[in-house]
Write a protein that binds this ligand. Structure first.
Ligand code: FHN
Length: 615
């Protein structure tokens, strides 16, 4: 910027500080916000809620991942009976032990409320087929809470939690499995299901459908959940027709209940013509982009540092949990793309949410108390590819204007927020926390907002900019990495197009691509080189010990650079490895990162790649 421009900026910066700031967090009166008719009426609470708590709690919480026959093997969780191949007759004994006397629904609901979560979804029945409530339907197989000491004492944790949630205005929702490792009627019976094998009952698709629907309808009648979260729909014995029949039965019983897309078949995170249910459910990943106006989606993510859903003793003992910033970045990223975050906790068999989860949840809730206006009720932001400085969300206003919320990871060093590509005329700009007015102007095809020097170094703050009219759908943003003065390319995690389960997390220099939990996961960087030359490829990566020795590859054209991962002791503890040299032609180039051999649950987390010209 020219000196003259700096002077004008300085002058502009002084203006608002001379004014008197309106009251803290001057939220626009609700009447200001135009009603959003994009979604059917029953979906609107969901589209506005943005953040929910997921809870995986069941008999598997008793062993908490420690193998019944090999105590050194601690790598299990809610898939316990399946992954340890425990005979079902042995697993059933956990039901006679389940007595979570420390369970306190008020405490759980308060943790969710303090986290700023607007709905809560708990496993009423996971794949072990065990009903976590006194179910008359499941009692036919003696396979519900009724048989536990807790149930015999008259407790009903789902009802207690429903009441505690609803008195706090939190929507109560239920997870229900389709895949059932216990029922003798389920089509894909496991060889270890000796209970079914000895029952003399054969798998029967129609009778299983009747049983499943009876179980779901019993829950609707008993708990009136606001949403049903189906899961385990991927096995061949569940068909699209089964899903349609179940969905029709639910709609008839309660036209207002929301249903996720796992009631049907197909990819959880891809729109397809056969999609059933009301919204998409990417898991452990944040899609690179949203799915377009009016398409609801929710990414379910784990708080566990090792990505467990049900509690895992080793993870618990290590107090392994994702940072508050990572959780907030999930929420910022998903809100910017028009989606929700369903964040999971795995309570103990004694009935407690791990206490080391609470500070990060509360910290996120405290941020939302001040800046929640930028999240709750918002819709996707103005960019289809996200800027490095932060995220945006939007709200349409009654007066025809659009409020753009810019969530900044950190104050820009030059004190100017550049909403590049936003050609709408700025009408008003304020700092959301405190409501101080800010100077905004259209310039160079964007909107520049001058930030007071008092914000220097501040993180995670929101600037609300009202602009005239509707913002063009997803302002194009050039995110192509460019070479610096030394010809070095910094290919940042946020510049990558990710596929199949990699999620951007962290911020600033700690930014990284995580959740590489599927071998199909890839990250692709696209950039343009001025001339043909060779580059050394340096890769920042972090890996847990179990991932040591994994091999990933960097592919560019017909060149493949293998890189053996060295554990750094933590997914986000980055070290830089030399991957080798690439000869790149002039013009557009792509580098694809892919997994070759994976040790542990993922090969590594990827940080910034650097291409350093070979002299
Ligand atoms: O198999 C389940 C798993 O246990 C967990 O419930 C997750 C959470 O969405 N869903 C399935 C894996 O995709």
């Amino acid at each position: 910027m020219t000196t003259l421009h700096h002077i004008s900026i300085a002058a502009l910066a002084l203006m608002p500080l001379l004014g008197t700031a309106p009251p803290c967090n001057a939220a626009p009166p609700p009447g200001d916000i135009a009603p959003d008719t994009t979604f059917p009426e029953r979906m609107r609470w969901f589209a506005d809620a943005k953040s929910g708590m997921f809870i995986h709690w069941g008999l598997y919480s008793i062993p908490a991942g420690v193998h019944w026959n090999n105590p050194a093997d601690k790598g299990h969780a809610e898939w316990y009976v399946e992954t340890t191949k425990m005979p079902m007759s042995e697993y059933e004994k956990f039901a006679d032990q389940f007595n979570p006397l420390k369970f306190d629904a008020e405490k759980w609901a308060q943790i969710a409320q303090d986290a700023g979560m607007k709905y809560l979804c708990i496993t009423s029945m996971h794949h072990d087929g065990f009903a976590m409530f006194p179910s008359k339907v499941s009692d036919r197989d003696n396979w519900s809470l009724s048989r536990t000491p807790f149930g015999k004492a008259g407790r009903d944790p789902l009802m207690e939690l429903k009441k505690a949630c609803e008195k706090r205005g939190i929507k109560f929702c239920l997870y229900h499995t389709i895949m059932d490792w216990h029922s003798p009627l389920y089509g894909a019976r496991r060889p270890t299901n000796d209970v079914a094998n000895n029952s003399g009952i054969q798998p029967d698709t129609n009778k299983f459908q009747e049983y499943l629907e009876a179980s779901v309808l019993e829950e609707i009648e008993r708990y009136h959940p606001a949403m049903l979260w189906f899961d385990g729909n991927w096995e061949g014995c569940w068909t699209l027709e089964n899903g349609k029949h179940l969905e029709a039965a639910i709609r008839k019983a309660d036209p207002l209940v929301i249903i996720n897309n796992r009631v049907g078949k197909g990819n959880h995170a891809k729109l397809d013509k056969n999609m059933l249910g009301d919204y998409l459910t990417p898991e452990q990943q944040i899609p690179a982009q949203g799915f377009g106006k009016g398409v609801a989606f929710e990414a379910c993510m784990t708080m566990s540092g090792h990505n467990y859903w049900g509690i895992n003793k080793a993870d618990f003992d290590a107090k392994s949990v994702k940072s508050q910033q990572t959780l907030m970045n999930f929420l910022f990223d998903l809100s910017a793309k028009g989606g929700n975050m369903l964040l999971n906790v795995g309570p103990t068999a004694e009935g407690e949410i791990p206490d080391f989860c609470v500070p990060n949840l509360k910290g996120m809730g405290d941020w939302l108390k001040v800046n929640g206006q930028a999240i709750y009720g918002s819709r996707a932001g103005i960019y289809s590819r996200q800027p490095a400085w932060g995220r945006t969300t939007t709200k349409r206003l009654q007066n025809g204007n659009t409020r753009v919320y810019a969530i900044l990871f950190e104050a820009p060093k030059d004190g100017v927020l550049n909403l590049e590509g936003l050609t709408n005329t700025p009408v008003k700009a304020t700092l959301l926390d405190g409501g101080a007015p800010l100077a905004a102007q259209s310039k160079d095809g964007g909107v520049l907002v001058t930030l007071p020097a008092t914000l220097a170094g501040k993180k995670n703050f929101v600037v609300a900019v009202d602009v005239a009219g509707e913002v063009a759908a997803e302002v194009a943003l050039d995110l192509t990495p460019k070479a610096d003065k030394d010809g070095v390319f910094a290919l940042r995690p946020r510049h990558a197009a990710t596929e199949n389960g990699m999620a951007l997390q962290g911020e600033g220099d700690a930014e990284n691509l995580g959740f590489w939990t599927s071998k199909a996961g890839t990250a692709t960087w696209t950039f343009t080189t001025p001339a043909a030359r060779s580059y050394k490829l340096e890769v920042a990566c972090g890996a847990e010990n179990a991932s040591d020795g994994s091999v990933i590859e960097f592919v560019s054209g017909n060149q493949v650079l293998p890189l053996t991962i060295k554990a750094t002791g933590g997914w986000e503890k980055m070290t830089t490895l030399q991957a080798g040299t690439l000869k790149l032609p002039a013009g557009e180039n792509k580098i694809v990162a892919r997994a070759k051999t994976v040790n542990g649950i993922a090969p590594c987390n990827l940080g910034t790649l650097r291409l350093v010209p070979v002299k």
